[in-house]
Design a protein around this ligand. Structure first.
Ligand code: ATR
Length: 269
């Protein structure tokens, strides 16, 4: 029997995951199908229960259900717990296990694809919403020197910094105009790029040889990437994170991590 997986969201037509997973499956010789699943906005939990009843082995979760997905799980992996959000569900032995591969996918893109080690580095994280929260534990696990979280609403950044203080890496919360010093890695986790808005940080945040990554992606560089490139940073958009979070989810389900190079060649020839 071919194992069934899907991605649950609303809307879902735009999701690239159903293009990515069949490539991984063929490459690794895994017998599975991966579909789109449109869940009604008021029926996420019921949709998950239906998938379980129909024998699906797991699912990805995308907007707007990642936080709601926490509540349907019977068990959470630590990285989903820390993120406060679930993007990967595993249906096995009567359990619904929640995991989150977004942050690990981002780390994989920075360390493997961009070739930038995070150990000992100064990292600036712009934004303090769900996307930023999901990145924090995976970043901390890389052993950076310091993480500064800067946000439009300063109190949210300060609270997020307090939440992650117990992990033993210095984490500070601040506003955009009070960011001090320069950084090796700057990640834009605000949704500002959607509106063409750049977080108003000083250009001096980009240290020599800095990497600037926007979690958003599109056909053109984002306004944040243009700002960063104009001040000497190497830039990346969020496509790498998208592909790598899919590879991490595939590894959670199938126990084998696919090679992402083939997907990159197809998605950005
Ligand atoms: P996500 O899950 O994508 O992180 P979210 O939880 O709604 O979405 O968080 C959005 C983030 O983008 C927040 O950090 C938000 O800042 P506030 O906490 O001040 O709301 C930030 N954001 C949204 N629009 C922005 C803009 N135009 N400029 C700067 N930051 C913005």
């Amino acid at each position: 029997m071919t194992d069934k997986y899907c991605v649950i969201g609303n809307p879902i037509a735009h999701s690239k995951s159903p293009e990515i997973h069949p490539i991984f499956a063929r490459q690794t010789g895994q017998d599975l199908v991966y579909e789109r699943c449109l869940a009604p906005l008021d029926a996420f939990a019921a949709t998950v229960q239906r998938l379980v009843a129909e024998g699906y082995k797991g699912a990805n979760v995308t907007l707007p259900f990642k936080i709601e997905a926490v509540a349907v799980c019977t068990r959470l992996e630590e990285r989903a717990q820390a993120a406060g959000a679930v993007n990967t569900l595993v249906f096995a032995e009567g359990e619904i296990v929640g995991d989150n591969t977004d942050g690990p996918g981002l780390v994989a893109d920075i360390t493997r694809n961009a070739g930038v080690a995070m150990r000992g580095k100064r990292i600036l994280l712009l934004g303090a919403g769900g996307a930023a929260r999901g990145a924090l534990l995976p970043f901390i696990q890389q052993g950076p020197r310091e993480i500064v979280i800067a946000n439009r609403t300063v109190a949210t950044a300060e609270q997020l910094a307090r939440d992650f203080a117990p992990y033993g890496i210095p984490v500070h919360g601040t506003g955009f105009d009070t960011v001090a010093g320069s950084f090796d890695i700057v990640v834009n986790a605000t949704s500002g790029s959607l509106a063409g808005e750049v977080p108003p940080v000083a250009a001096s945040v980009f240290g020599p040889g800095a990497l600037a990554l926007d979690m958003m992606y599109g056909n053109q560089p984002t306004v944040f990437m243009e700002f960063a490139a104009g001040h000497g940073a190497a830039t990346r958009d969020g496509l790498g994170m998208l592909v790598e979070q899919a590879a991490e989810a595939f590894a959670v389900w199938r126990g084998v991590r696919p090679d992402t190079a083939e997907v990159f060649r197809k998605m950005r020839p």
